[in-house]
Ligand binder design. Structure first.
Ligand code: SAH
Length: 280
């Protein structure tokens, strides 16, 4: 995981022609692959390989045609002799760089969400809102079938484009976004999970009671403590058990020779994770 939270203008917004997630990708880089150029300082830039395309850095450029056919994670030289590693991005790399409309859930929290909500192949998830699709991608990659309720059309389109670009082939028939207000209700029935990242998740708790199968899991990601109180109150009044709330803290370490110490800076706060199980 890198610490770079910035958007990268070198990423084209349109979906790539042929998304190839790292875990199923062949060894050699191909036209249509999403790749990441990493410079000696660890800076990362993403691009889709195209015939005749060029990757420009401040130290010269690299022809895409010279990259096609190389093994994943090859070292190349720019026209000015700068060394770059060209590698397929992981989902975590992609989340940090992908085009975003709404605030995304970062990998620090995405991993724990998959475990807390017990996301697995074939699990049916109702997710709301969809935002930029970071959480959708994580759950799709874990094999879930995801229906997303999203109130904003522009965010829904962005999420769909991101999912198509990174996980299109894998996720195509397991992902559907509906443009609707989750506070108004959930039509799906007997879903295994309801996963929420929207401002007032307590307003969805009664609908989650209707939608979840017995034993199903409700999970809500909320940035503020007031939201935690309100969602926990709503859960306490509904047929759920085993409710719990936690936050995940991650501290990177600087490792250079004898200097081995925590990084000076860390992400101080993202959100709280609240989880509960539906009683029969
Ligand atoms: N988890 C997402 C980010 C979600 S941001 C990610 O990882 O990318 C919150 C989203 O909830 C926004 O897109 C917002 O438009 C949507 N939203 C807010 N209220 C909503 C509602 N009542 N019903 C559906 N979506 C809603």
């Amino acid at each position: 995981m890198n610490g770079d939270l910035g958007d990268d203008p070198s990423i084209p917004a349109e979906p790539g022609p042929s998304p190839r997630p790292t875990e199923v990708a062949p060894a050699a880089l191909r036209v249509g692959d999403l790749v990441q150029f990493v410079d000696v300082k660890g800076r990362r830039y993403q691009a889709t390989l195209r015939p005749g395309g060029q990757f420009h850095s401040h130290a010269g450029f690299v022809e895409h045609d010279d990259v096609v056919g190389l093994p994943d994670a090859s070292t190349v030289l720019t026209t000015k002799g700068q060394r770059l590693v060209v590698v397929r991005p992981t989902l975590s790399d992609f989340v940090f760089k992908m085009p975003r409309g709404a605030q995304v859930i970062y990998p620090k929290d995405l991993g724990p969400i998959l475990m807390l909500a017990d996301i697995a192949p074939g699990v049916r998830v109702l997710e709301s809102g969809v935002g930029s699709g970071a959480l959708s991608m994580a759950m799709l990659r874990a094999g879930a079938e995801v229906v997303g309720y999203e109130i904003r059309e522009d965010f829904a389109e962005r999420a769909q484009a991101n999912v198509d670009r990174f996980a299109g082939e894998l996720a195509a028939d397991r992902y559907r976004i509906e443009l609707r207000d989750c506070y108004e209700g959930i039509d799906e029935r007997s879903v295994d999970r309801v996963v929420l990242d929207l401002p007032e998740p307590w307003r969805v708790v009664p609908h989650a009671v209707e939608a979840l199968r017995p034993g199903g899991i409700l999970l809500a990601y909320t940035p503020s403590t007031v939201q935690v109180s309100q969602v926990r109150d709503a859960i306490a009044e509904a047929p759920f058990f085993d409710a719990s709330t936690l936050e995940v803290m991650q501290r990177g370490w600087y490792v250079e020779g004898a200097a081995v110490r925590p990084d000076h800076r860390m992400v101080g706060h993202t959100g709280f994770l609240t989880v509960a199980r539906r009683l029969a």
